[in-house]
Design a protein around this ligand. Structure first.
Ligand code: NDP
Ligand code: PYC
Length: 338
């Protein structure tokens, strides 16, 4: 097997940003999109790393995402802030409103950011990590495409509907989990397909509703929710809170609007920011200190916290560089040249 090519975080970021700028994306948005993609690669989250460049370029070429959209903030001074991505990528919209969201959460204890009409392709941990850096707890969620059958059904109806949670920790990386409410993200199945590998049992059923380990049959059939009826209920909650409640597309509508799964989904997203100190103010206890007791007790049992693998991958990548295969490097070259 060919030796991997090692590239620094900064060099990869510059290359990915250039690819998006050459595709016509305004520099601020190209930078925000490149940052989440390269962070995915740095943290060894391959399903939302550089593999996503191709999908984003496809949506740009199809004219289904606006390359020069400038996010527009609507703030009535209340706990719900809105940012309209105006058909652009979700990440620049989130970063445009993040400071205001954090400020409002500190003022009122609890604030919500509604992101409207965005092309959403990325992992969610960026949002909750950024808010944990501000000392805030947070939840982030969005619908996706109807790839997933509800528990007990076999037709795709729900999205892979990710949900992420962040909690600040003093002097340490925050507690962060971030997962699809399907057993795995669809990107994972696509990566198995590309590598010619079967998917694990229990991820999906084929078009007839039979269990399958064939990625093609899975992509053509229905994915399954994690934890059976429990994941199905959480996925439904994500549809209701970040689709129906916002007046934005749910996963089925997003699929119909984009006209197929070849193009990444366009819909809304919801981010809730909570100030732990405001909630505990009358208790006389420090929520962060109390939280630490639990988190350290989990570690004391030898159990790993979610995101620990990711933070370790990040440490290694920042020290030693990001390893990409020859095929991945060739793909970057092709994107830059086109
Ligand atoms: P994974 O199953 O890979 O990981 C889910 C979470 O569980 C991570 O926080 C992970 O931490 C943690 N974890 C994994 N194994 C363990 C363990 N043994 N002990 C403790 N914690 C563990 O994620 P998914 O495949 O479900 O999702 C991948 C990404 O896809 C997410 O970032 C999600 O936001 C994104 N996504 C985006 C969508 C969109 O529409 N934009 C749709 C669906 C998914 P660690 O990373 O450290 O392993
Ligand atoms: O991996 O399931 C997924 C996904 C859908 C949209 C973006 N990522």
């Amino acid at each position: 097997m060919a030796e991997p090519h090692v590239i620094s975080y900064e060099a990869l970021l510059a290359r990915v940003q250039t690819i998006f700028e050459r595709a016509g994306v305004r520099p601020e948005s190209a930078q925000a999109v490149a940052r989440v993609i390269v962070a995915g690669e740095r943290d060894n989250c391959k399903s939302h790393g550089i593999y996503r460049i191709e999908g984003c370029l496809r949506v740009l070429a199809a004219g289904k995402v606006s390359p020069d959209a400038e996010p527009e903030i609507h703030d009535a001074g209340k706990s719900v802030i809105e940012v309209d991505a105006r058909g652009g990528f979700s990440n620049p919209a989130f970063y445009a409103a993040k400071d205001l969201l954090a400020e409002r959460a500190r003022e009122t204890g609890l604030a919500a950011l509604v992101i409207r009409d965005c092309l959403h392709f990325s992992a969610l941990w960026h949002d909750v990590e950024a808010l944990a850096e501000e000392g805030l707890a947070s939840l982030s969620m969005c619908p996706s495409y109807s790839f997933v059958a509800p528990a007990g059904g076999k037709e795709p109806l729900l999205g892979t509907n990710p949900i992420a949670f962040g909690w600040p920790r003093p002097g340490a990386h925050p507690y962060v989990f971030d997962f699809a409410t399907s057993v795995a993200a669809r990107g994972e199945i696509e990566l198995h397909r590309r590598a010619g590998k079967p998917i694990p049992e229990g991820w999906a059923v084929d078009r007839e509703g039979n269990p399958t380990t064939d990625p093609d049959a899975a992509l053509d059939g229905a994915m399954l929710t994690f934890g059976g009826h429990k994941g199905s209920a959480i996925s439904t909650m994500v549809e209701l809170l970040s689709g129906a409640m916002l007046g934005e597309f749910m996963s089925k509508e997003a699929l119909d609007f984009m006209g197929g799964t070849d193009l990444l989904p366009r819909h809304g997203a919801l981010v809730l920011a909570l100030d732990p100190q405001s909630f505990a103010a009358r208790s006389g206890r420090d929520p962060i200190v109390e939280g630490e007791k639990l988190l350290t007790a989990i570690g004391a049992q030898g159990a790993r916290l979610p995101s620990e693998r990711r933070f370790e991958a990040r440490r290694k990548a920042m020290a030693e560089g990001i390893a990409l295969s020859a095929a991945e490097m060739a793909q970057l070259d092709r994107f830059e040249a086109s």
